[in-house]
Design a protein around this ligand. Structure first.
Ligand code: ATP
Ligand code: MG
Length: 475
């Protein structure tokens, strides 16, 4: 074991306070896990720090609070034996060192008090088991029983103990392995990777909320495809997103093939991740083609078709969000809208008319920019001529969107003549006719027959009313 010291990781004065508190209580304590890992990887300012105490984590937290200016509030989680307090914008999490033993059915182990080594043994990966001493006699000494520092240098994800046991004990760790590999651009060591393949079906005992936490972290990484191809390769994906697995493969009939929509999708997700950090737009990219599996047909004249896949896909989004316990709110509606509209600008790009652009802005509303970003990311052709041509076409669409919106203001369309005014003008009670006239005005504006202005819309209303046999009481 290395005996290196890392005093520079412990510059924050709070570490000396924790050290003092632990010596007051005559117990040992260490910084462990993500903070130590990220310090060595130089991953920027930490927001949380995990402290393990050989003894009561709760007692240590309370003593630390007593010594800190302002005595910050300690939140205690009795069932887990943990405590948390905030100091200078950083969350300090305290836990007592423990030894865990697992049973088949659950990822909740039986827990007993343990030594630092016991606690390091229960950690998921060697790079997450690094501990820095906060004890006065060896402040800053690194305790690295599994060569985690070497793994950090070699960019390897590896379990401290037999990976079959580690992953079977708590199958969430399989997703964490893939998530860390993706976030850090590390490789999963061969034995650990094989153990994930072997234990993949155990992921079924993990709650969807936890699965989604990891999926979101994968999606928010720089190159999310790395995570999804690992999920695919290890056999985890069918348990999590079978809709994506169904997109994989190329069929051939009468010499005609279609593209592999799974690998295409992953490229689209990587593309969009270079231009946006918006989690939901990244979800939209991931799901934009899911309707293609159930709608795939071969037609002798047309070849492979995916008729109405956007509509079918947008319906699938709801079911998928519901199953995974993703929020069923405006975020879900946004993803649905993106999937539903994902081909609209493509159709447009060949002939950019004002009225088609007005309809696009009207239908996409505030999300028209996001939709364009998705469509641009969807260009995965390897032919540089086509690539440039498609991008240039979308640039024309973007320019036209700005031009049309400046003139016509249909982005957050408000009818220029209200329902009340239609009722008053023709002396109508609430009735079908009002809707007909309102709709006709909207259509006339979108088609460019009249400008989006009161005067023109009012005149049009009078004409339309007359045409359907209504008498104006008021002009
Ligand atoms: P990040 O916060 O960036 O996700 P982290 O390493 O801090 O990374 P946490 O989920 O905050 O991850 O967990 C803190 C530490 O607790 C980890 O570094 C690891 O040592 C341990 N840990 C967390 N989850 C597990 C698990 N399922 N099995 C074993 N150890 C775990
Ligand atoms: Mg953390």
């Amino acid at each position: 074991m290395t005996k290196q010291t890392y005093i520079s990781a412990l510059k924050n004065p709070v570490f000396r306070t924790i050290s003092k508190a632990s010596s007051n209580l005559k117990l040992e304590c260490y910084v462990i896990g993500g903070y130590v890992r990220d310090f060595i990887l130089d991953r920027g300012e930490a927001k949380d720090i995990d402290i393990v105490a050989v003894g009561s984590g709760i007692d240590l937290a309370e003593e630390v609070s007593r010594l800190l200016p302002g005595k910050p509030k300690v939140s205690i989680f009795k069932t887990y034996g943990t405590a948390m307090l905030k100091s200078g914008g950083i969350e300090l999490e305290f836990v007592g060192a423990r030894k865990e033993s697992y049973s088949e059915e659950s990822r909740n182990p039986a827990v007993e008090n343990g030594t630092l080594e016991d606690d390091q043994n229960r950690r998921d990966f060697t790079i997450n088991a690094l501990a820095l001493s906060l004890n006065e006699e060896n402040f800053g000494t690194m305790l690295d029983p599994f060569n985690g520092i070497e793994d950090l240098q070699k960019k390897i994800i590896r379990t401290p103990l037999d990976p079959n046991i580690t992953f079977s004990d708590d199958p969430l760790r399989m997703l964490r392995a893939i998530r860390f590999a993706t976030q850090l651009n590390f490789n999963i060591e061969k034995k650990s990777l094989e153990a994930i393949e072997r234990n993949a079906q155990r992921i079924k005992i993990i709650t969807n909320e936890r699965v989604v936490d990891e999926l979101n972290k994968i999606l928010l990484s720089e190159v999310p495809s790395m995570g999804f191809s690992l999920l695919h390769k290890t056999g985890l994906l069918p348990f999590i997103l079978p809709e994506l697995v169904a997109l994989q493969g190329i069929d051939e009939k009468e010499g005609q093939t279609h593209k592999d929509n799974f690998w295409h999708t992953l490229e689209v997700v990587d593309n969009i991740s270079r231009t946006t950090d918006d989690l939901w737009l990244r979800w939209a990219a991931l799901l934009h083609d899911i309707g293609k599996a159930p709608t795939k047909r071969f037609d002798k004249k047309l070849g492979w078709t995916f008729h109405a896949h956007e509509f079918v896909g947008s319906k699938m989004v709801f079911k998928l969000f519901k199953r995974l316990k993703l929020p069923l709110n405006d975020k879900m509606k946004f993803v649905q809208k993106m999937v539903l509209m994902s081909s609209r600008p493509i159709v447009l790009a060949s002939e950019v008319t004002d009225s088609a652009v007005r309809r696009l802005i009207f239908d996409a509303g505030e999300h028209v920019e996001a939709l364009m970003t998705l469509c641009e990311a969807d260009i995965t052709t390897k032919n540089p001529k086509k690539f440039n041509k498609y991008h240039a076409n979308f640039q024309l669409v973007r320019d036209k969107i700005v031009e049309v919106e400046e003139r016509d203001h249909v982005r957050n369309f408000q009818p220029p003549v209200s329902g009340e005014e239609i009722m008053e003008t023709f002396n109508l009670k609430p009735s079908r006719e009002i809707g007909i006239i309102k709709d006709a005005i909207k259509e006339a504006i979108l088609e460019g027959e009249i400008p989006n202005e009161y005067e023109a819309a009012h005149k049009f209303m009078l004409q339309k009313g007359a045409a359907i046999g209504l008498k104006a009481e008021k002009k």
